[in-house]
Design a protein around this ligand. Structure first.
Ligand SMILES: [Zn+2]
Ligand SMILES: [Zn+2]
Length: 248
């Protein structure tokens, strides 16, 4: 982790963000997140009212979204910065597959802002782990990069050796909720339960789809005696059910 922080600092120095990560326009000095004012205005931020469980938009009149009324989650609360729109999908793709590591600072910046607003108190950050085979082929864990960034900003440790992905699951893309849950059954293991017992955890991931991945992690953390389990992601996939048909 230390090496990554050093590399990140070096990158910031050698390659400070001069151009907007979305449109390539020259940035104002204060745009430390790397997005120009025009693009920032068009970003699909998720706004209130939000579901008080999954953090996706909820109808005005209710505190819980329609999805959470039908399905329980293993975590206590989740929040996401952006709707997983085409723009965000492309940015996340660049981050994960084109290895644009500096995008962790763009996403991390907005995730930090959201965390500061919501007032959760966590003892440690745990990034959703990749299986060692996936880590080897991709070369890095995008959630760990986000976790490291948040750790620096909000000053709580990012622990990568507590929760591991013990089964190399099939990719979840295209799976529905039940299939995702089945695919992830027993995929995660807490290897040092004593470190999570009674502690509040902030789980970090890039995208919250049905929540099956973070639910599976939360179940294991819960079994190990964790206190509150919060989830923060850069983006969330909104279903028509979650938006009550408001989405265009
Ligand atoms: Zn721009
Ligand atoms: Zn919900």
């Amino acid at each position: 982790m230390q090496l990554r922080l050093l590399l990140d600092a070096a990158l910031d120095f050698i390659y400070p963000r001069i151009y907007c990560v979305c449109c390539g326009e020259r940035l104002e000095k204060r745009a430390v997140h790397g997005i120009c004012d025009n693009c920032c205005e068009a970003m699909p931020f998720i706004h209130d009212p939000r579901c008080h469980v999954c953090g996706k938009p909820a109808p005005e009149e209710s505190e819980t979204c329609p999805e959470c009324r039908y399905h329980n989650h293993e975590y206590d609360r989740a929040l996401a910065v952006f709707e997983y729109s085409a723009t965000i999908r492309e940015l996340i793709h660049r981050f994960k597959y084109n290895k644009e590591y500096t995008l962790s600072r763009t996403f991390g910046y907005f995730m930090t802002e959201l965390l500061m607003e919501c007032g959760w108190t966590a003892d440690m950050i745990i990034p959703v782990p990749l299986h060692k085979n996936r880590l080897k082929s991709r070369g890095f864990n995008q959630s760990a990069l986000l976790g490291d960034y948040l750790s620096q900003r909000i000053n709580i440790p990012c622990e990568e050796d507590i929760l591991i992905r013990s089964i190399d699951t099939k990719t979840q893309t295209g799976f529905h909720r039940q299939d995702r849950l089945k695919n992830l059954k027993n995929a995660f293991t807490v290897i040092c339960p004593e470190k999570v017992e009674g502690r509040n955890i902030l789980l970090v991931d890039d995208v919250h789809t049905t929540g099956a991945t973070v639910d599976s992690c939360s179940k294991e953390l819960r079994r190990a005696g964790a206190g509150k389990i919060y989830v923060i992601t850069a983006a969330a996939v909104l279903s028509d059910l979650a938006t009550g048909g408001r989405r265009q």
